[in-house]
Design a protein around this ligand. Structure first.
Ligand code: AMP
Length: 546
């Protein structure tokens, strides 16, 4: 068996590895470290959880141990698709460089440019960045990439999903031709293949796990769920989630609960909290500082339930997650593998339970096809238990009758005040209206600063400094539409405000020959056309006598 000491790593790196408690290199480390140390390009096909971060950080540190950083010219560059992943890679560097004096900077949105500029000005050995933020710095003339000797692209398949490939190509072209490239992707889509053929030179290819393979240490299950009433589906689904958590009892030490939509992430977290579960949301619309706080809490065990969207949780390395609950069947089958891969890590056992509604049938079939396994059907712990309407009260949700009527009346008022904070159901009614399902707009969780450059508006102000910086591209496209238009579109024609139709020819008597001709400014009778039945013109009294 290969040992770390066989890998020709710097002795100080070996010491740091020993401190981290690693005994033997993982397959991706054993495969990638030797060629990387020889200065060769590496193409690693590996998922998170395989130890791939150390497979590039350890040789990088060894190679960078010699030499010095120059102002504004980082010696190496690691590109990550999301801020969380970039922060995670930075933490890895901290762990493995504890006996070195290497400097690093993390360029991600949500952190002030000034602080980052100062670090770059002083010169860094390792620059870890999301592509958008890196190019923002470059365009502001604060950064030169001509000193990059080693460039890492991490999670290239997610970069592709997020539309970052043009950014990556641009960044490649800004670095020296002679650089060494370490390129990692969980899958090799044709576009990824093209990039590697273009920018990597005779890479050593190491493949460690198939994309569709779910760890065998994960016990999977799915509950086929049908609501008692359509209008109660959302709240009954949340009730089912609570029942599933309760049914796991002590075994469920902590859990990540995945939802497809950001609004549901918020609603589910709020609802769980309301019922006394220790839960917090994480998704791209939340402040970076809050995201970090929530993750830290989940990592150190002070938070038990992390309710997450795919992008926010993608690639996060949180050891010891006992359970994953898929509140929704993911609309991209491969996300199922990534989601449940948050549990059962490093040989530990884990449990992954999914809720599948009738609407999810197609996506569910895709998941089973991808993993080539039939996910065991679990009994619905609420079968025969769900009581319509008043069930929430029985469980302790203090919903007064007035709040219920408020909830009902709010359905007809899209422009009303936001729902009261303690009414997740109401909140859902309000927010669902604005959010399209992920199927229609895939990958819409993408944080704003993590968007490809082409899609960004050309503005002087750096995008990351703007409010709602995490707003995803597809949402942005939708939201850029004037709100009034949207609500108009959503309304049935007959309910629409008349102002847009005041000069609509269809409402005018043809040729000005009708009853209303000459009275164009007066109120119009909608729906009668030119013909007015004579009895309508009669007064009530007259009609009675006819
Ligand atoms: P990654 O795939 O880089 O996200 O790493 C997944 C987890 O494996 C992280 O918690 C690492 O600290 C851990 N890890 C990395 N290399 C090893 C190793 N050789 N032995 C044990 N754990 C490791």
């Amino acid at each position: 068996m290969i040992k770390f000491s066989d890998l020709k790593l710097d002795p100080k790196v070996l010491k740091a590895i020993e401190d981290a408690g690693y005994e033997t290199p993982t397959p991706i480390q054993a495969g990638a470290i030797p060629p990387a140390l020889e200065g060769r390009d590496v193409l690693g096909i590996a998922q998170t959880g395989t130890g791939k971060t150390a497979s590039f950080t350890l040789p990088m540190i060894t190679l960078l141990a010699k030499g010095r950083a120059r102002a504004r010219m980082p010696r190496s560059l690691v590109l990550c698709p999301t801020r969380e992943l970039a922060a995670q890679v930075a933490e890895n560097f901290d762990t493995y460089t504890k006996y070195h004096k290497l400097t690093k900077a993390l360029l991600i949105g949500g952190v002030s440019f000034k602080e980052q500029d100062q670090l770059i000005d002083r010169g860094v050995d390792v620059l870890i960045a999301t592509p958008g933020r890196l190019l923002d710095h470059f365009e502001r003339g604060k950064l030169l990439l001509t000193g990059v000797q080693i460039m890492v692209v991490d999670e290239a398949d997610r970069m592709l999903d997020m539309g970052f490939i043009p950014d990556i190509e641009r960044i490649f072209s800004l670095t020296p031709f002679t650089r060494q490239t370490l390129f990692f992707s969980a899958t090799m889509a044709p576009e990824i293949e093209r990039i590697t053929n273009t920018f990597l030179s005779a890479p050593e290819r190491i493949e460690v796990a198939r994309q569709a393979s779910a760890s065998t240490t994960i016990t999977q299950g799915v509950v086929m769920f049908k609501a008692s009433r359509k209008d109660r589906e959302a709240s009954e689904k949340r009730q089912l989630l609570r029942a599933l958590i309760d049914a796991e009892g002590e075994k469920c030490k902590n859990a990540i609960i995945f939802c497809n939509r950001k609004t549901d992430v918020d609603i589910v977290a709020k609802s769980l909290k309301k019922y006394g579960y220790d839960a917090a949301p994480i998704h791209g619309d939340l402040e970076q500082s809050q995201r970090m706080r929530t993750l830290d809490g989940f990592r150190d065990g002070t938070l038990r339930f992390l309710v997450a969207s795919d992008v926010a949780a993608r690639g996060l390395d949180i050891p010891n997650v006992s359970h994953v609950f898929n509140f929704d069947v993911p609309s991209h089958a491969e996300d199922y593998v990534h989601r449940i891969g948050r549990t059962g890590r490093a040989g530990r056992s884990g449990t992954a339970i999914m809720i599948c509604t009738g609407r999810d049938d197609k996506n569910f079939a895709d998941v089973e096809r991808l993993i080539q396994t039939e996910i065991p059907r679990l009994a619905n712990p609420l079968d025969g238990v769900i009581m319509p309407a008043s069930d929430d009260e029985a469980e302790g949700e203090a919903r007064t009758s007035s709040s219920r009527s408020r909830s009902r009346s709010s359905r007809g008022r899209s422009g009303d005040k936001p729902a009261p904070k303690d009414k997740p159901e109401d909140a859902q009614i309000e927010t669902r209206r604005e959010e399209k399902p992920r199927d229609e707009k895939p990958r819409d969780d993408r944080p704003r600063d993590e968007k490809p450059r082409e899609d960004r508006p050309r503005e002087d102000r750096p995008r990351d400094d703007r409010p709602r910086e995490d707003r995803p591209r597809d949402d942005r496209a939708r939201n850029d539409k004037p709100r009034d238009d949207r609500s108009r579109d959503a309304k049935p024609r007959e309910d629409r405000a008349p102002e847009g139709r005041s000069d609509d020819r269809r409402d005018r008597p043809r040729g000005g020959q009708g009853r209303d001709s000459g009275r164009d400014n007066g109120p119009k009778v909608v729906g009668m056309g030119d013909h007015l039945p004579s009895f309508i013109a009669l007064s009530f009294d007259e009609r009675r006598t006819v």
